[in-house]
Ligand binder design. Structure first.
Ligand code: NAP
Length: 297
C-alpha cells in the first residue's frame, strides 16, 4: 500500500506526510478528514496544513520532492499557477486547467483534479442519477463550475449548459468543454425562464451566492425555474441546506448538498496517495462534526 506502514499511534521515523498548500490555509477542513482516514485504516500517515504564499510556491513544490511528501492538496490561490511546476498533469486536470491534488511518485510530481470526479461520486452516492445522457445546467462559470462541466462532459452528459451572471464567462466555459461535450449552451442568468430550464435534468449551483454568513438571501435561481423532475445540487456547503435546496425541496425536486463533493474530492485524493479505499462515511462524519463546531463557535 504505497509505503504506508501500520500506524504506531504516534508520529514515528516512518510516518508519511501529506498536506495542503494554500494562502490562507488555517480554515482548511481537509486535515481532520484525512487524519481521521489515516487513523481509521491504521496507516502511519499524517496530513498537515502548509501556509504557502504565491511567491514561495515553486520552492514549496520543490520541497514536496526534497522532503519526500506523499503528495499535497492545492487550494486557493495555487490551483492554476502550480501546473507548470509539475512533471505530469492528468487529462481531466488539464481540461479543467487546474490541479487540486499532487501525487509524488518517487520524485515525479503528478497533478490531478478530483473536484469534478468528487462531485459525480457524491451524486452517485446520494442518488440514482447518472450524468450520462442527462442535460445538465450549471449555474456559475468559475473554477468549481469548470471542474464539474468537464467531468459531466467526460461522463457522457447529453448537454452541458452554463448560465452565469457575466455572460461572456458562460460562453468561454461552454466553448472550453465543447470539444468533449455532446452539446453545449451558454446563457446569461437573466435569460433563464421556466421553459428554458424545463429541458434540463440536473441543475448544479456553483457560485458563492447563499454561502454563510450571507445565507439569508433568496436563491440565485428563482423557485419558479425549478421543476419537480430536476435533481438540484448546490456545492455551497455552509449552510448545508441553502435557500436554493430549501426551495427545490418545496418544489418537489430531489436535492444534493455540497458537503458530499468536499468529502469525495478528499476521498479521491486520499486514494491516489495511499492506494487504499478511503473511508468516505467517516470523512463525512468528521466533516459534519467540524462544521458544527465552527458554527457553534
Ligand atoms: P470562483 O472561481 O471565484 O467563481 C465564482 C462564480 O460565482 C462566478 O461564476 C461568479 O460570477 C459567481 N458569482 C459570485 N458572486 C455572484 C453574485 N453575487 N451573483 C451571481 N453570481 C455570482 O469560485 P469557485 O472556486 O468556483 O467557488 C464557487 C463556490 O463553490 C464557493 O462557494 C466555494 O466554496 C464552492 N465550492 C465548493 C466545493 C465543494 O467541495 N463543495 C468545491 C469548490 C468550490 P461572475 O463570473 O459573474 O463573477
Amino acid at each position: 500500500m504505497s509505503g504506508f506502514l501500520p500506524q504506531a499511534g504516534t508520529i514515528t521515523g516512518r510516518t508519511r506526510v501529506a498536506g495542503v498548500f494554500g494562502d490562507p490555509v488555517a480554515h482548511s477542513l481537509s486535515p481532520p478528514m484525512h487524519n481521521a482516514a489515516f487513523a481509521e485504516l491504521g496507516l502511519d500517515g499524517v496530513y498537515v496544513p502548509f501556509h504557502v504564499r504565491p511567491q514561495h510556491l515553486a520552492a514549496a513544490v520543490a520541497g514536496v520532492r526534497a522532503l519526500g511528501l506523499v503528495g499535497v492538496n492545492v487550494t486557493i490561490p495555487h490551483k492554476v499557477t502550480i501546473l507548470p511546476l509539475l512533471d505530469e498533469v492528468a487529462k481531466s486536470a488539464r481540461l479543467i486547467g487546474a490541479v487540486n491534488t499532487v501525487v509524488n511518485r518517487d520524485g515525479r510530481l503528478e497533478g490531478h483534479n478530483t473536484d469534478g470526479q468528487g462531485f459525480v461520486r457524491s451524486m452517485r452516492a446520494a442518488s440514482d442519477v447518472e450524468p450520462a445522457d442527462r442535460r445538465v445546467l450549471i449555474l456559475g462559470a468559475g473554477g468549481a463550475a469548470q471542474a464539474i462541466a468537464v467531468q459531466m462532459a467526460l461522463e457522457g452528459a447529453a448537454e452541458v449548459a452554463v448560465a452565469n451572471r457575466t455572460y461572456a464567462k458562460a460562453v468561454s466555459l461552454a466553448e472550453a468543454v465543447s470539444g468533449i461535450a455532446a452539446a453545449t449552451t451558454a446563457y446569461a442568468l437573466t435569460a433563464l425562464t421556466p421553459a428554458v430550464t424545463e429541458r434540463y435534468n440536473i441543475v448544479v449551483h456553483t457560485t458563492s451566492w447563499g454561502m454563510a454568513p450571507s445565507d439569508r438571501v433568496p436563491p440565485l435561481l428563482p423557485p419558479e425555474l425549478l421543476h419537480p423532475h430536476h435533481l438540484v445540487c448546490d456545492i455551497v456547503y455552509t449552510p448545508q441546506e441553502t435557500s436554493l435546496l430549501r426551495a427545490a425541496r418545496e418544489r418537489g425536486c430531489a436535492v444534493l448538498e455540497g458537503l458530499g463533493m468536499l468529502v469525495h474530492q478528499a476521498a479521491l485524493a486520499f486514494e491516489l496517495w495511499t492506494e487504499a479505499q478511503a473511508p468516505a462515511y467517516l470523512m463525512e462524519r468528521v466533516l459534519r462534526e467540524e462544521l458544527a463546531k465552527r458554527t457553534n463557535g
